[in-house]
Design a protein around this ligand. Structure first.
Ligand SMILES: Nc1ncnc2c1ncn2[C@@H]1O[C@H](COP(=O)(O)OP(=O)(O)O)[C@@H](O)[C@H]1O
Ligand SMILES: CC(=O)OP(=O)(O)O
Ligand SMILES: [Mg+2]
Length: 402
């Protein structure tokens, strides 16, 4: 029997999302989330989808990512789908920063792990967890192939004029300072699905993809290739995010150092963890911000307006970069679920051919769908992302081809 199952691990700074997928029919056998890792209030939500067992929860401290992955392995084993299962073909890992060298899905080896570790300074919230996820998985199942799928991969084909910062070339090259872009697995998957929704080949469509989750990024996709994206050297550039500032004048950093006496690490922490929606109004969850807005909360209103203003600027910029746009596509937690964000982001852009139909926008659903009126020249779509399935596809294809 050829093994056909893939365990996908998406390790974030304080969470691990996972899915066990059978590539024979793309069915999901189990899904789950370990959250608040490192805190007293850690929780593991596990849901076996095969075999009929219901959701299970574990509460209590998961000291680190290693402990979280052990707990996940135990839950899977309790369902007869443990890491020792002969049906498991590969473990696929989301790795956020692959730098210049790691640009395609690749079998994990020691040299690669060293490279992912070397890149920690440019993905401090993500790469450390990715390394731990890989090392723990190797320890639990040493004989199994592990594949890393990089967030930066899709953007590695960006043209030089979009990838370079306008700084001294020698300094930039010496330290590999350039724009890499992230969420690439999502941007690539969603672009393909959006083309399908439009009834066209990916090579025939120009898209503006807005991945609005906790981290958020926009990309301009021409004929299936990334032309520009809003995140840069690190996942800090671009849109306003849950806790990250997105674009600011870099001189803000010097100012905070010289005038406010903050250290580099303090500014780093401020911009990555205490900024964005959280920094503006004390909440980083869009649902909570909408609730507060309904009660007339001025700080929540302003945070929302700043978020939308930035989004609109990127839509305009990428429209100009692409010249012609077939669709603006919303995805991830906020993009898939927040009708008010979608409506506000394209409001007033009728001259650009963009409009949202109120009813279509308000209707929920898990399927990819158009939310623009039939007359709109540029379609607006909601396309649920599925980074886990895409990572499973790429990981499985790699081991199957060996
Ligand atoms: N129904 C909803 N309405 C508005 N925002 C939502 C809704 N559901 C989820 N979100 C937003 O989605 C965010 C998480 O998105 P997600 O793509 O899961 O992020 P990540 O993968 O980065 O953790 C939450 O912080 C929340 O703001
Ligand atoms: C790269 C990035 O920002 O990822 P996430 O949205 O998962 O934090
Ligand atoms: Mg995400």
């Amino acid at each position: 029997m050829t093994p056909t199952r893939v365990l996908v691990l998406n390790s974030g700074s304080s969470s691990v999302k996972y899915q066990l997928i059978d590539m024979a029919d793309r069915s999901r056998l189990a899904v789950g989330l370990a959250e608040r890792i490192g805190e007293e209030t850690s929780a593991l939500h596990h849901e076996p989808l095969a075999g009929g067992g219901g959701k299970r929860e574990r509460h209590g401290r998961l000291a680190d990512h290693d402990a979280a992955l052990e707990a996940i392995a135990e839950e899977l084993a309790a369902d007869g789908m443990g890491l020792d299962s002969p049906e498991l073909a590969v473990i696929g890992h989301r790795v956020v920063h692959g730098g210049l060298k790691l640009t395609v899905p690749t079998l994990v080896d020691d040299a690669m792990l060293k490279e992912i570790e070397r890149l920690i300074p440019v993905a401090p919230l993500h790469n450390p967890a990715n390394v731990t996820g890989i090392r723990t998985a190797q320890r639990l199942r040493p004989d199994l192939p592990q594949v890393a799928v990089f967030d930066t991969a899709f953007h590695s084909a960006m043209p030089e004029h979009a990838a370079r910062y306008a700084i001294d070339v020698e300094t930039a090259d010496a330290h590999r300072v350039r724009r890499y872009g992230f969420h690439g697995t999502s941007h690539a998957y969603v672009s393909r699905k959006a083309a399908e929704l439009l009834g066209k080949d990916p090579s025939e469509v120009n898209l503006i993809v807005l991945h609005l989750g906790n981290g958020a990024s926009a990309s301009a996709v021409r004929g299936g290739r990334c032309e520009d994206t809003s995140m840069g050297l690190t996942p800090l550039e671009g849109l306003v995010m849950g806790t990250r500032s997105g674009d600011i004048d870099p001189a803000v950093v010097f100012h905070l150092g010289r005038v406010a006496g903050m250290s580099m690490d303090e500014v780093d922490e401020l911009l990555n963890k205490r900024s964005g929606l959280l920094g503006l109004c004390g909440d980083n969850d869009m649902r909570q911000i909408r609730r507060r807005m309904a009660e007339g909360d001025a700080a929540a209103r302003l945070a929302f307006d700043i978020y939308i203003h930035r989004l609109k600027k990127y839509i305009g910029a990428y429209y100009a970069v692409l010249g012609t746009v077939d669709a603006v596509v919303f995805t991830a937690g906020v993009g898939e679920n927040s009708a008010p964000v979608r409506e506000a982001a394209v409001a007033g852009l009728e001259e650009l051919g963009l409009a949202v139909d109120g009813e279509l926008n308000a209707a929920g659903g898990k399927e990819a769908r158009l939310i623009s009126p039939s007359y709109a020249r540029v379609k607006v779509a909601v396309v649920p992302t599925d980074e886990e399935l895409e990572i499973a596809e790429q990981s499985y294809a790699l081991v199957a081809s060996r």
